[in-house]
Write a protein that binds this ligand. Structure first.
Ligand SMILES: *Cc1c(COP(=O)(O)O)cnc(C)c1O
Length: 389
């Protein structure tokens, strides 16, 4: 059964609702405290245990934990060994970090438009952007819905490209029976508090490729070829820095929180899906509020619940915020940020579907501790303001 906490009695104005929120239990706190009392604070046995927990959950042979989802994406673009000017295809409707990770490594992000109904990268648009310089595709499982990986894999194979997933929204999502994390060549996850599970800040890459995994372990530790634990085992002081890496390590106590949170992931996913189903039923009759389309054969992870508003989205946004309902807009199309326009010459009109969606999308509150009455309140207020506009 989904855990629905007791409703505080609402007097006057209803309590504020964020669009997303972490859930921390006494068990989580206990797990972190235990590690704080142990010998290892950073890069110890709990990091390994967290990596194995997530790897097993998603069905990937290898997992490399790092300090953020952004560091995970950067470890991926480093493992691709891009040459300056190499192109990596990304969608415009994502967090800027997806494209930034390409730029960190001297690559050029090439924006391929999204499908207007799902806001997932459109394989036909990807194909039209492939050139002799293309090295990889980064698919973003926007809102928690897996992309069309069959079509993307076919393109990647045909053109010898790496297929990367930014799965930061999609821990626990499935495409057929395969979980996100086991489909692409490398998949990035984030454990920021707004995501499905949290380590405060944190991230992970899952992969079936042992060479990628080894390279990313080195990269997260300054480019040094063995970590101090291996050296301790070998009773050796020697180490070599083989490339310019970073300190992207995650701590053991963060990973203790992550392992403890993983125990509740399936229950949380079930609750998120129940909330989405409630929203869907409530919006079915509305002419003004339309949820994003679902692809066949997928199991959604509902990091976000995104609707399209016909009418004045800005007015609906402001009215809901004024009622303490923490709606948001995900995302400003990445190619429209001043940095990308100035550095890469991207302009409005490059991705018409993404740009037009940006005018009408709204992310409604979606988190596992939301109560049924919260969902009804949000849906009714959204429909009321949307039909007024
Ligand atoms: C959250 C997120 C990231 C970055 O993760 P951090 O842990 O905040 O660095 C990257 N891509 C997407 C799609 C995200 O939602």
């Amino acid at each position: 059964m989904p855990s629905t906490p007791p409703s505080p009695k609402l007097s006057g104005k209803a309590r504020p609702l964020p669009y997303g929120r972490q859930s921390i239990s006494e068990e989580d706190i206990q797990a972190v405290a235990e590690v704080l009392r142990s010998d290892w604070l950073t890069t110890g046995p709990t990091v390994d245990r967290f990596e194995r927990t997530v790897a097993e959950y998603v069905g990937a042979p290898h997992a490399v934990a790092v300090s953020s989802g952004t560091a995970a994406l950067h470890a991926i673009t480093r493992a691709l060994q891009l040459s300056p000017g190499d192109e990596v295809i990304v969608p415009p409707i994502t967090f800027a970090a997806t494209a930034n990770a390409v730029v960190y490594e001297g690559g050029v992000p090439i924006f391929a438009d999204v499908n207007p109904d799902t806001l997932l990268i459109d394989p036909a648009a990807v194909e039209s952007k492939i050139t002799p310089k293309t090295r990889a595709i980064i698919a973003v499982d926007y809102a928690g819905q897996p992309c069309d990986y069959d079509a993307l894999r076919a393109l990647a194979s045909k053109h010898s490209l790496a297929l990367i997933a930014d799965g930061c929204h999609a821990l626990g999502a499935r495409s057929g029976n395969a979980r996100v994390g086991s489909i692409a060549d490398m998949t990035a996850f984030s454990f920021h508090p707004v995501k499905h599970i949290t380590t405060g800040e944190g991230g992970m890459v899952t992969t079936a490729n042992p060479d990628f995994a080894k390279h990313m372990r080195q990269f997260r530790n300054h480019g040094i070829s063995t970590d101090h634990r291996e050296r301790a085992e070998r009773e050796s002081w020697f180490y070599e820095m083989r490339e310019l890496g970073y300190n992207y390590r995650i701590t053991d106590f963060q990973c203790a929180l992550g392992i403890s949170q993983m125990c509740r992931l399936d229950a949380w996913l079930e609750r998120r899906r129940a909330i989405a189903a409630m929203y869907g039923r409530l919006f079915a009759a509305s002419d003004h509020v339309r949820p994003l389309a679902l692809r066949p054969g997928i199991t959604h992870a509902y990091h976000l619940y995104v609707v399209r508003i016909s009418g004045d989205r800005q007015a609906v946004f402001a009215a809901l915020r004024n009622e303490g309902i923490g709606v948001n807009v995900h995302y400003v199309p990445v190619h429209l940020h001043p940095y990308y326009q100035e550095r890469f010459g991207t302009r409005p009109g490059l991705c018409p579907h993404g740009e037009s969606a940006y005018q009408s999308i709204l992310s409604l509150p979606m988190f596992s501790d939301m109560m049924d009455e919260d969902v009804v309140r949000v849906a009714e207020a959204t429909m009321r303001y949307a039909s007024a506009g």
